[in-house]
Ligand binder design. Sequence first.
Ligand code: NDP
Length: 333
Amino acid sequence: MPINRSFTLVRRPSGMPEDADFALVTDETPGLSEGQFLVRNHYASLDPAMRGWMDDKPSYMPPIRLGDVIRASTIGVVVQSRHADFPEGAWVATLGGIAEYSVQQTGRLIDPAALPLVTNYLSVGTGVGPTAYLGLLDIGKPRAGETVLVSGAAGGVGSLVGQIAKIQGCRAIGIAGGPEKCARLIDDYGYDAAIDYRGKSEQELVSAIRAAAPDGVDVQFENVGGAILDAGLMNLNAKGRVVLCGLISQYNSDPAPSRNLWQLIVHGARIEGFILTQHIARIPQAAAQLTQWVNEGRLRIDEHIEEGIENALPAFLRLFAGTNHGKMILKLS
Ligand code: NDP
């Protein structure tokens, strides 16, 4: 059996994860039982949510146990099989974790030619793509002509939310860190206005959003939280909708309460959490539409691919430093 390397959790991080929280383990892949298949994982999706799974806290998925492989969505090729539905040579998406090989009993077969690059499946077929599509359309319910405000706007989820908002005929305003990302919001993703949050106080953010959205915000797609969430709330319109998708500014610290929730009362507005795992039945439709838009050239996907399992931690930490440029992916093969 092939030799496997896997990235495991050995200590629960306190604050920002560090080297001593993880171990790179080398061992032989186990033999297969009937109904199992062995996958050579080629790419792993790196997601901010993985930070939450490292904590021993109740969540939508159980915590990663100490000693276990770091959980991650993966795509790879079946290299040995005792499962009739997953033949050798097939590309398959599984929850393979940050490991070069994984033994699986179930997964989703993927057509590597359906999108320009096989990695695009991690942007469109699962994870960030369906999150952007379903979070915006099913929860935010934007109407043509409305204004959509997106935080984390240059990232995997945010870059797609802005483009989908434009396809729906909305005005899109993005918040991101730094002039280079803000330029990309306009030039690459078609946002109507971009706001650089770095170095701005909450009051300055409130003013910058007001200048970009003089008629107010109808849908706030929140990926960040903290002062950015609070500044957006101060610009909500009557019957506004806030899609709470992520709070990345708080994943490595104790969460700070939002101070401006009273704005929801003032405007009869709604805030609703979104978690993709509660929308599984809608993912195929979302993925099909996103795939079509990509292949028609209407939707741009940017992926940031780092290479090698030994680089799993620095690649993951890019999500929190803001040094990822697009959907963060780790190449494992
Ligand atoms: P991104 O590609 O958007 O990368 C994360 C980005 O967040 C960074 O590039 C950085 O951008 C920004 N960021 C990080 N720390 C901070 C901070 N302290 N303050 C402000 N911005 C910060 O990641 P994803 O697209 O994978 O995820 C985006 C969000 O969507 C996350 O909150 C994630 O948890 C959430 N999500 C939720 C899902 C769900 O089902 N609810 C599913 C998938 C993702 P910048 O340089 O602009 O600061």
